[in-house]
Design a protein around this ligand. Sequence first.
Ligand code: CUA
Length: 286
Amino acid sequence: MGDQETEKRDGMTDNSASVLPTPHEGLGPLARTLAILGVISLVYMIFIFAVPIDPWFPEGTRQAGEVDFIFRFMLAFGGAIIIYVQGLLITFVRTYRQHPDEAPDALGVQSHGNTRLEIAWTIGPTILVIALLAISFTVRADEIGPQKNPLQLYVHGYQFAFGFQLHQYGLTSDMSSVYLPINRPVYVSERSTDVIHSFWVPEFRIKEDIVPLANGGTTHEEFTPTRIGVYRVICTEYCGSGHSSMHIEDGIHVVSEKDFEAWVRSKGGVVPSHGVTTALLSHPTR
Ligand code: CUA
């Protein structure tokens, strides 16, 4: 070991001593950074929960608002985590970068472990995940739970189109589009006669795979349309060379009860005089 190396080591020791933090009055720099990031996160989260989604992505069903709440929840808390992680990263890079008067191999203060911090970053995300799970199960229960007096919509997926049937109204052959009355729960039964497809109506926030199950099995989904309009139905599962063309721009028309009955009659269907059924539907296959 030569003199040069000894000098360097000594230089390093001196430098380490000079970067020792001095005691601060009031908020330390880290606490101040955390407070600033907290304010930024709060403003961001309020914005995410308050900004309307509807003008950009219309919410066409009661369930759409619930699904969008999950989206807001994930975006708000996920964004806040990003703000904290990136904010601290930038702060640390700035604070602990090599200063011009320091030796190239200068060492800062070494520390290891922080039990309180570790408990906080374990419990915080755990609570968030449990909350997300609870919200998701509630929304999912609403999407598949029995509703009163539902309209039963049969969706037939095949290469490369959809067919719609309304058995309650005597419409039992495939139609390329369907009318639905506003504000009445729709119980969808989907089946495929060839390969897997997926029934997606973006404005309804529903998307359910149509799996060619044995014994004519079906998959189900429920939604309650809340807005009059014409909606796209899109296949969102790769199902062959025609998959990209498997979408119907005017697949679902949501109309008033009166217009719905007029449409049923125009299609040769029958509107029952006492409504269809008030019984709750059971779910035979899931
Ligand atoms: Cu059917 Cu993709």
